[in-house]
Design a protein around this ligand. Structure first.
Ligand code: NAP
Length: 320
């Protein structure tokens, strides 16, 4: 099989296309023929060595792919050879033409969802679902600020929150991104690069503030976020690339809560809940992953540069 291998941590150029023997599924494992791979920011942090838990070298990056079941190991009952699936974790890495997964890490991909869209499901949609419902306990009728709605997680959160009956304010940094966020169901769209967007949020909520914030860049925004919350408001810190100063009084005076999350910490039972919800949303068409740039597998280095650039527009995928 073809696979991207990382022999040393560093710049995107350490992502090298290699030829490896095809993996064989053991009992409880599923081998997937990969048609598309999702590229997530976390894979760039790991590749560059700037992440808490690092794999032993060499390794193949990635957890998110979509394709067709090529072979199954003994005892596998969830899927059969020939099924279309998306993956939510991989034993051998997703940046490859074949990927080996534990049975509970593959989920059926409804016919209306393309392989490229399937590759855009796992990390973005599972993170958005967990942030909204399992961490912040969002309820219909609440107002959510999706702070960074134009990227993978933001688009997912916008669609999920809209479908669940929340009032959605989404932000993006470009006109193109703002237009797309509106198309995905945000009721109000703002540009986080403009100086007066916080005042606009307060105006939109008649001075009350928002019930929830899903924050993609906490090191820049958390201090200001706390001043935009309604009483009992919750911020979920999803992304952060540095430290930040906050005024604890902004949390106290609102009976507010700052909640962190890392998807990889999710207990197995809650992951099952998340993917049951996502598959249902993909089936009924409320969840429609938006595709941005596409690269071939051999161009993984370019994809890693692109995912860290400003001006996000949906999801970056690789095709083997
Ligand atoms: P992405 O596709 O690259 O999108 C990044 C988003 O952040 C875009 O919407 C971007 O908007 C926005 N952004 C840029 N500057 C901003 C600012 N000043 N204020 C608010 N938003 C801003 O990345 P992603 O896959 O959606 O992930 C988003 C972040 O969450 C990343 O840091 C990622 O590592 C993290 N993440 C964490 C978890 C977890 O388990 N905790 C899971 C998934 C992702 P423009 O480009 O339009 O300006």
């Amino acid at each position: 099989m073809k696979a991207i291998r990382v022999y040393e941590l560093g710049d995107p150029e350490v992502l090298r296309l290699d030829e490896l023997p095809d993996p064989q599924p053991l009992p409880g494992q599923v081998l997937v023929r990969v048609h598309a791979v999702g590229v997530n920011p976390v894979e760039t942090y790991i590749r560059s060595g700037k992440y808490g838990i690092l794999p032993s070298l060499p390794y193949t990056p990635g957890t998110d792919a979509a394709g067709v079941v090529e072979a199954i190991g003994g005892g596998v009952t969830r899927v059969a050879v020939g099924d279309r699936v998306y993956t939510a974790g991989s034993l051998t890495g997703a940046y490859a033409s074949l990927t080996l997964c534990a049975e509970n890490r593959v989920h059926l991909l409804p016919p209306r969802v393309s392989f490229e869209q399937g590759a855009a499901v796992n990390i973005p949609y599972a993170t958005a679902f967990r942030a909204l419902f399992q961490r912040a306990k969002a309820i219909p009728g609440e107002t959510v600020l999706i702070h960074g709605a134009s990227g993978g997680v933001g688009v997912a959160a916008t669609q999920i929150a809209h479908a669940a009956g929340l009032r959605v304010i989404g932000t993006a940094g470009t006109d193109r991104g703002q237009k797309m966020v509106a198309e995905q169901g945000a009721h109000h769209v703002l540009n986080h690069r403009e100086s007066d967007y916080a005042e606009k949020i307060l105006k939109f909520t008649a001075g009350q503030g928002v019930d929830l914030i899903l924050e993609m860049l906490a090191n820049v925004n958390l201090g200001k976020d706390l001043t935009l919350l309604a009483r009992g408001g919750r911020v979920v810190v999803i992304g952060s690339r540095g430290s930040v100063e906050i005024n604890p009084r902004d949390v106290m005076s609102r009976d507010a809560a700052v909640l962190g999350m890392v998807l990889f910490n999710t207990p197995e039972k809650e992951l099952a809940v998340i993917h049951a919800g996502l598959v249902a949303g993909l089936e009924n068409g409320t969840l429609r992953p938006v595709l941005g740039q596409r690269f071939s597998l051999s161009d993984a280095a370019r994809a890693h540069r692109a995912v860290m650039e400003p001006g996000a527009f949906g999801k970056i995928v690789l095709t083997p």
